[in-house]
Design a protein around this ligand. Structure first.
Ligand SMILES: *Cc1c(COP(=O)(O)O)cnc(C)c1O
Length: 365
C-alpha cells in the first residue's frame, strides 16, 4: 500500500464545485489584486481568529516580516525565536535587519521553552516570536509574562497552527501581531502562495497594509520603502471557500492523531506530547526515534512517505554562518533534527491507511 505524506485530493474533490465557483467569480469580475475578495476573506479570517484586523500578504514569510517592520524592528534589534522552527521565522527577522536570538525548545512539546528565554534577553531585545510549531500552541502565559516584564513585542508565528488553542483561546490573539501562512500544505491552504497578518492594533494594521503595498498609504504616495506583498483575489476567493471547513478538517486531523496516540505502541518510538491546556491542529505528527534513519527506510520501503521537520537546525544552516554557530550550540534543536520523523496526517486519510501506518510502525524493531 502507498500512503503519501500529504494529499490534497480528498479535500479538493469535496470542495471542487466551491473552488470552481470562486474562480469564476473572480474571473468574471476581472479584478485581481487587493479587491472585494481580499476584503471579504480578511474579514472572515479576522472573525475566525477573534482579532479586529487582518491584512492579506503574498505569503507567510512576508506576513511575519511586515509585522516586524510595522512594529519598527530593524538593525541593532534582537528578536527571540525558538531554535527549532522552519527557516522562515529566522528569515523574517534577518530581512528587517534584526538579529535572531535562538532559544531552545522543550523537547516534549517541541515549542520554545519559556524558562530559557529570560537569560537571552538583553537591552537590545525588542520582540519574541513564539512559533506554534507542528500545530500546537506555545505556553503563552509564560511568554506574555516575560514580554510584559521586559516590554517586548510578541509576534506569533501561526503558520502551522490555524485554529489551535491555548486555554481555550485561539493562536494569533495573544501577541501584538501574528503571521499566518496559507501555503498549500498548511492546515488552511490556498492554491498557491498567500499569507495574513492578524492584529488588534489599528495603526499597526494600517502600517502593515501600506508596507506591503509599496509603502503607499494612497495611490502614488509613498510613506515607507515598502515591498509588494498583497493577497491576490483568486487566492482570497479559494481561501474563503475553504475557511468554513477548517474546524471540521482540523477535527479530522485530531481524530487521526488520536488513533496514532492510542495505536502506536513501540518502545523505540516517542510519541508527541500534548499539554492539557492546548488543543492542537496537528499540522505535523512528529514522532521521535533514536534509530530514525532505519525507521524512515523501514516505512518508506512499505510505501509510507515520511518527512523530517527539520533536518538541519537554523544555527547550522549555511545562510547563517555569519553568526558563527557550531554543532553543540543548541543540543535540543540538534536532538530533534536528528530524531524527528513526520508521518502522514491529512484530511481524507482512510481508516485502512491510518491502520497501515500504525501497524507498520509497531512492526519496526
Ligand atoms: C510555512 C511557514 C512559514 C512561512 O510561510 P510561507 O507562506 O511559506 O512563506 C513561516 N513559519 C513557519 C513555522 C512555517 O511553517
Amino acid at each position: 500500500m502507498n500512503v503519501p505524506f500529504v494529499s490534497f485530493l480528498p479535500m479538493e474533490r469535496e470542495l471542487d464545485a466551491d473552488l470552481r465557483t470562486a474562480f469564476e467569480r473572480v474571473y468574471k469580475r476581472s479584478w485581481y489584486i487587493a479587491g472585494a475578495e481580499d476584503k471579504a476573506f480578511e474579514k472572515a479570517f479576522a472573525e475566525f481568529c477573534g482579532v479586529k484586523y487582518c491584512v492579506g500578504t503574498g505569503n507567510g514569510l512576508d506576513a511575519l516580516m511586515i509585522a516586524l517592520k510595522a512594529l519598527g524592528i530593524g538593525p541593532n534589534d534582537e528578536v527571540v525565536i525558538p531554535s527549532n522552527t522552519y527557516i522562515a521565522t529566522a528569515l523574517a527577522i534577518t530581512y528587517v535587519g534584526a538579529t535572531p536570538v535562538l532559544v531552545e525548545p522543550d523537547i516534549k512539546t517541541f515549542n520554545i521553552n519559556p524558562d530559557k528565554i529570560e537569560e537571552r534577553i538583553t537591552k537590545n531585545t525588542k520582540a519574541i516570536v513564539p512559533v506554534h510549531l507542528y500545530g500546537q500552541a506555545c505556553d503563552m502565559d509564560s511568554v506574555i509574562e516575560l514580554a510584559q516584564r521586559y516590554n517586548l513585542w510578541i509576534v506569533e508565528d501561526c503558520a502551522q497552527a490555524h485554529g489551535s488553542t491555548y486555554k481555550g483561546q485561539k493562536v494569533g490573539t495573544f501577541g501584538d501581531a501574528a503571521g499566518f501562512s496559507f501555503y498549500p500544505g498548511k492546515n488552511l491552504g490556498a492554491l498557491g502562495d498567500a499569507g495574513m497578518i492578524a492584529t488588534d492594533n489599528k495603526e499597526l494594521a494600517e502600517r502593515a497594509r501600506a508596507y506591503g503595498n509599496y509603502g503607499s498609504d494612497y495611490k502614488y504616495h509613498h510613506i515607507y520603502k515598502g515591498n509588494n506583498s498583497r493577497l491576490d483575489e483568486f487566492q482570497a476567493a479559494f481561501l474563503s471557500a475553504k475557511l468554513p471547513h477548517l474546524e471540521r478538517m482540523n477535527a479530522v486531523r485530531r481524530n487521526i492523531a488520536q488513533r496514532y496516540l492510542d495505536g502506536i505502541k513501540n518502545k523505540e518510538i516517542i510519541l508527541p506530547y500534548v499539554p492539557k491546556e492546548i488543543i492542537p491542529v496537528w499540522h505535523i505528527f512528529a514522532i521521535r526515534c533514536k534509530r530514525r534513519a532505519a525507521l524512515e527506510k523501514f516505512l518508506n520501503v512499505r510505501g509510507i512517505e515520511t518527512n523530517k521537520h527539520y533536518p538541519i537546525p537554523i544555527h547550522l544552516q549555511e545562510c547563517y554562518k555569519e553568526f558563527g554557530f557550531k554543532e553543540g550550540d543548541f543540543p535540543i534543536a540538534e536532538e530533534i533534527s536528528a530524531t524527528e520523523l513526520s508521518i502522514p496526517i491529512y484530511y481524507g486519510m482512510t481508516d485502512t491507511e491510518i491502520q497501515y501506518v500504525i501497524d507498520s510502525i509497531n512492526e519496526f524493531n
